[in-house]
Design a protein around this ligand. Structure first.
Ligand SMILES: N[C@@H](CCC(=O)N[C@@H](CSC=O)C(=O)NCC(=O)O)C(=O)O
Length: 279
C-alpha cells in the first residue's frame, strides 16, 4: 500500500492510497479521512462512503464537506473508487457502464467477471486492509450516493452483521426496474432477474429479517428521480415491511453534491449515534 497524497483537515488527515487488489486483480486507489481522535490507543469507528457513476475516491472527499463533522464526532471515513481501473480492465464508451460504474456487484458475465468484483472488494478486502493499517475499530456504517446509495443499502442488507447503520442520498433503490440498473445487471449478472433481486434494495427489504437503522434523503428536483431512482417504490416497500428506514423528501434539491453537502451532517450524526452505541 502506497500513500499518494495527504492533507491536514480539521485537525485530522485526509490521505489517498494506492494498493494491489487481489479481488479486483488491478491496482486501486482509495481515500481515508482520519479524525484527530484516531490513535492506536483510541481507535475510531468507520463510515464507508460509496460514490456514484463517473466518480472516484475524490468526489466525496472534495465536495461533500464531511471532514468538519467527522472530526467533531470522531469518525473515520473511507471512500473507495467506483470500479476496477487500469489498461487491461474491460470498459464501455459510456458513463453508466464499465469504469466508474461497477454497481457494487460481482460480475459473472465475460469479459466483466475478470475484474468487476466491487461487492467483494467493498465488503471484505478493503475493510480488512483498512482495519489492519489504520487506528480504527471493526464497528462500521455505510452510506453512498445514487449508484453508491444502491451499493450502500444492498451491501448492508446482505451483511447485517457487518454494519450498524446505513444511509443513502438519491439511491438507485429498485435497479431491476430502471434503465441504469437493467443495463448494468444484464451486462454484469446476466439475464436472470431472480439473480438481480439479490442486489436490489426494494427486493432485499421484502425478504430480510434483519433491521438495520436507515436514513435516505431524496431531492424533489433531481433530474434522475422519475426514470432511475424508484423512490416511490422504496417508500411503499418500507411502509409495507415496517422497515426502520426514514425516507426524507427534500424540496428543491437536485442530484448533485450541493444536495449531499446540505445534509451530510444529518447523516454523520445519524451514523455516529449507532457507531458509538456499538463501540
Ligand atoms: N450524465 C452525467 C451523469 C454522471 C452523474 O451525474 N454522476 C453523479 C452520480 S449519478 C449516479 O450514480 C455524480 O456523483 N457525479 C459526480 C459529481 O461530482 O457530481 C455525466 O456524465 O456527467
Amino acid at each position: 500500500m502506497n500513500k499518494i497524497s495527504e492533507n491536514r483537515s480539521f485537525g485530522g488527515w485526509h490521505r489517498q492510497y494506492e494498493h494491489a487488489s487481489a479481488v479486483l486483480d488491478c491496482r486501486m486507489r482509495f481515500a481515508v479521512y482520519l479524525p484527530p481522535q484516531a490513535s492506536v490507543e483510541t481507535p475510531v469507528p468507520v463510515l464507508y462512503w460509496l460514490s456514484g457513476l463517473t466518480c472516484t475516491d475524490e468526489n466525496f472527499m472534495q465536495k461533500a464537506g464531511a471532514q468538519r463533522m467527522a472530526a467533531e464526532l470522531g469518525i473515520a471515513i473511507v471512500a473507495p473508487d467506483t470500479s476496477p481501473r487500469g489498461d487491461g480492465v474491460a470498459d464501455e464508451d459510456r458513463y453508466d457502464l464499465g469504469k466508474g460504474a461497477g454497481f457494487y456487484v460481482n460480475a459473472t458475465e465475460a469479459p466483466w467477471s475478470k475484474h468487476y468484483r466491487m461487492y467483494d472488494y467493498v465488503v471484505n478486502e478493503l475493510p480488512a486492509l483498512v482495519e489492519q493499517e489504520f487506528p480504527v475499530t471493526r464497528v462500521r456504517a455505510i452510506s453512498g450516493h445514487s449508484m453508491g446509495g444502491h451499493g450502500a443499502l444492498t451491501i448492508a442488507l446482505r451483511n447485517p452483521e457487518r454494519y450498524v447503520s446505513m444511509s443513502a442520498f438519491s439511491p438507485i433503490a429498485n435497479p431491476s426496474n430502471c434503465p441504469w440498473g437493467e443495463l448494468a445487471f444484464t451486462t454484469y449478472l446476466g439475464a436472470d432477474r431472480e439473480v438481480w433481486k439479490g442486489h436490489d434494495t426494494v427486493e432485499l427489504l421484502k425478504t430480510t429479517a434483519a433491521r438495520i437503522p436507515a436514513l435516505v434523503d431524496q431531492g424533489s428536483a433531481d433530474s434522475f428521480l422519475a426514470e432511475q431512482l424508484g423512490t416511490d417504490t422504496l417508500e411503499q416497500t418500507v411502509a409495507a415491511t415496517d422497515y426502520p428506514m426514514t425516507v426524507r423528501r427534500q424540496d428543491g434539491y437536485d442530484h448533485s453534491y450541493y444536495f449531499i453537502a446540505s445534509f451530510i451532517e444529518d447523516h454523520l450524526r445519524f451514523h455516529a449515534d449507532h457507531l458509538k452505541a456499538a463501540q
